[in-house]
Design a binder for this molecule. Structure first.
Ligand code: R1P
Length: 326
C-alpha cells in the first residue's frame, strides 16, 4: 500500500481515492461497464473515441479503471475479477466517487443451461437469483439427521432481483443492431444470436454452487441444477456477479427511498443495472468457447454495450457538474 489512508469505516486517501479500486472523484464516469478480465476491458476501450482511454489506473488490488468517451459520451470500463466480494468492493467504491445516477452493466462470460443457447449466444437476463454455499451444512458438527431431514440445506437460493427494464431493452436492441453474420467456421456452425428476458443465477463459486462435480471435495450438489430448473423454468445462465450487482443497486436505491420526507436526500443518485452474458461453456453438452470465438463475441458485445449505455439517458440535473476526469 502506497497511500496514507484514513477512516477505518470507509478508507480513503487525502484526495478521496478509495482503498481497493483506488480512484477518486472525476476519474469514473456515471456509465460503467464492468468485466472480469483486464484483456476484455482493454479490448472494449479500443472502441473509445481516439482508440484509447483518457484516464487509466490499475490499483494495487488489481482493479483496472479505463475512462474515455464513446461517440462523445463518458464511459468507464472497470475490470474487477470474479465473484461476489469483488462486486461489493467495486460498486461501493465507485459509488463513493461518482455523483448522480449511475448505470452499471456487467459484461461477462457464463455457462448455458439450455441446449438451444450454445456457444455464440449472447444473453441479456431480465432477472437474477443468488446461490450461496451453506457452510453449516458442511460443518463437522452438523448431524446426518440435520442433513437428511432437510433442516440444513447445502445451498441457499434467493428470490429473483431484476435488472433495469430500460437498460435491458437498450442492451438487447444494440446487440441486434450490431449482430455479426454467422460464420460456419466459428461457433460450431451454430447461429450467432442475442436473446433477452431470461433468468440468470449468480453463484458464489464456479464449482460447487454451480453444480460442477469434483471428487476431491464433498459438495452435495448432485441435483442442484435440477432443483434450480424446477423452481425457475426460464433459468438459462450461470455466472458469478449479476445477482450481487442487482442487490447492491436495490440496496443503494432503498437507502435513498428511506430518507424521511422533508429530510435532505444524499447527492448520490440511483443505480440502474444490466447484464450481457456471453456463453463460454454449454453445460448441456460440455462445449467450450475457442479463443477466436471469444474474441468475436467480445468485440460484438463490447461495442453493443457501449452503444446501449450511450443511449440510456441520465438527466442532466442528476449528473455531477464536474463530470469530467483528470
Ligand atoms: C468464471 O470463469 C467467471 O467468468 C465470468 C463468470 O461470471 C465467472 O466469474 O466472469 P467474467 O467472464 O466477466 O470474468
Amino acid at each position: 500500500m502506497k497511500e496514507v489512508l484514513s477512516n477505518a469505516n470507509f478508507p480513503q486517501d487525502a484526495q478521496g481515492r478509495t482503498y481497493h479500486v483506488a480512484t477518486r472523484a472525476s476519474q469514473v464516469a456515471n456509465r460503467i461497464i464492468t468485466v472480469g478480465d483486464s484483456v476484455r476491458a482493454r479490448r472494449i476501450a479500443e472502441c473509445f473515441d481516439g482508440g484509447k482511454p483518457i484516464f487509466e489506473h490499475m490499483s494495487q488490488r488489481n482493479f483496472l479503471t479505463l475512462t474515455g468517451t464513446y461517440k462523445g459520451c463518458p464511459i468507464s470500463v472497470v475490470a474487477i475479477g470474479m465473484g461476489f466480494s469483488v462486486v461489493d468492493f467495486f460498486v461501493r467504491e465507485c459509488r463513493a466517487v461518482v455523483e448522480g445516477e449511475m448505470i452499471i452493466v456487467r459484461l461477462g462470460s457464463c455457462g448455458s443451461l439450455r441446449p438451444d443457447y450454445g456457444i455464440g449466444t449472447v444473453v441479456v437476463p431480465k432477472t437474477s437469483i443468488g446461490i450461496s454455499r451453506n457452510y453449516d451444512y458442511f460443518h463437522p458438527a452438523t448431524t446426518a439427521q440435520e442433513r437428511s431431514s432437510g433442516a440444513i440445506e447445502p445451498y441457499t437460493v434467493t428470490k429473483p432481483l431484476d435488472c433495469d427494464d430500460e437498460v435491458h431493452d437498450k442492451l438487447l436492441a444494440a446487440l441486434a443492431a450490431k449482430q455479426p453474420k454467422a460464420e460456419a467456421s466459428l461457433f460450431n456452425g451454430e447461429s450467432v444470436k442475442a436473446v433477452g428476458n431470461t433468468t440468470n443465477a449468480s453463484a458464489d463459486s464456479f464449482y460447487g454452487s454451480q453444480g460442477r462435480t469434483d471428487p476431491s471435495f464433498l459438495d452435495a450438489n448432485a441435483n442442484l441444477i435440477d432443483v434450480l430448473q424446477q423452481r425457475y423454468r426460464e433459468l438459462s445462465t450461470l455466472e458469478m456477479e449479476t445477482f450481487v450487482l442487482n442487490h447492491l443497486a436495490a440496496s443503494a436505491n432503498a437507502a435513498i427511498d428511506s430518507v424521511p420526507a422533508g429530510q435532505p436526500v444524499p447527492q448520490k443518485g440511483r443505480i440502474r443495472t444490466g447484464a450481457v452474458q456471453m456463453i463460454f461453456a454449454n453445460r448441456t453438452n460440455s462445449a467450450f468457447i475457442s479463443p477466436d470465438e471469444c474474441h468475436k463475441l467480445e468485440v460484438w458485445a463490447g461495442e453493443s454495450v457501449l452503444e446501449a449505455l450511450r443511449n440510456v439517458d441520465i438527466p442532466k440535473e442528476r449528473l455531477h457538474p464536474n463530470g469530467v476526469w483528470d
